[in-house]
Design a protein around this ligand. Structure first.
Ligand code: SF4
Length: 201
């Protein structure tokens, strides 16, 4: 089975608890106003990779505690992510899945592939980004409507300690002069400031 991918980071410390392999899937139908990742919306863009190939990259990455799925919309590729997540859990790593759908919506839909993905997710962070509820006081999320669902015991210990975990961004400067920033922050503002710097303002 193949996954349509926007990007992979083999190790990051700002997309969930601890050091994580991170997969941004390509394609999102939700189109939140103020989304900082519009380049992930198009379902035709990105790159198709075999689940086995991605799993092999994960297995060969040292010192990670888990894998994060974000996007794009992970539940739009739930079957392939379920297959991958089952292998990830098999080698003792955790799975964090982000979704722009609400948990209630997913449960009500009662789709087999969505339930399957839930069954291999340790921590689900659900709900669309809402610009008018912009709030960076909690880790890994950008608006106050988003929720943390501790679906297994793996991260239960964080449930009452979330506010003590700071939000961070990582900045990668590439040889070709491009800059990649990930994590949780005011991305639209950061992009605007970088553009101003580029234009020498
Ligand atoms: S669900 Fe995520 S990727 Fe999709 S539009 Fe909303 S913020 Fe952007």
């Amino acid at each position: 089975m193949k996954l349509r991918i926007y990007m992979i980071l083999t190790k990051t410390k700002v997309e969930g608890p601890g050091a994580r392999f991170c997969i941004w899937v390509q394609g999102c139908p939700i189109h939140c106003s103020g989304c900082g990742a519009k380049e992930t919306w198009n379902f035709e863009a990105g790159e198709l990779l075999e689940v086995d190939e991605i799993f092999s990259m994960i297995r060969n990455t040292r010192d990670i505690e888990g894998v994060t799925f974000l996007g794009g919309e992970p539940f739009e590729q739930a079957s392939a992510l379920y297959e991958l997540a089952a292998m990830i859990k098999g080698i003792g790593l955790t799975v964090l899945t982000f979704t722009g759908y609400t948990y209630e919506y997913i449960l009500k839909a009662d789709k087999k592939e969505w339930n399957d993905l839930l069954s291999v997710t340790d921590l689900l962070i659900d709900g669309p980004f809402q610009e008018d509820k912009f709030d960076l006081s909690r880790p890994w999320v950008g608006s106050s409507n988003q929720n943390y669902r501790f679906l297994t015991d793996a991260y239960k210990h964080l449930e009452n300690n979330l506010s003590s975990i700071p939000n961070k961004v990582e900045v990668r400067l590439h040889k070709n002069g491009t800059v990649f920033i990930n994590g949780t922050g005011d991305f639209n503002n950061i992009k605007k400031r970088l553009k101003n710097l580029e234009e020498g303002e």
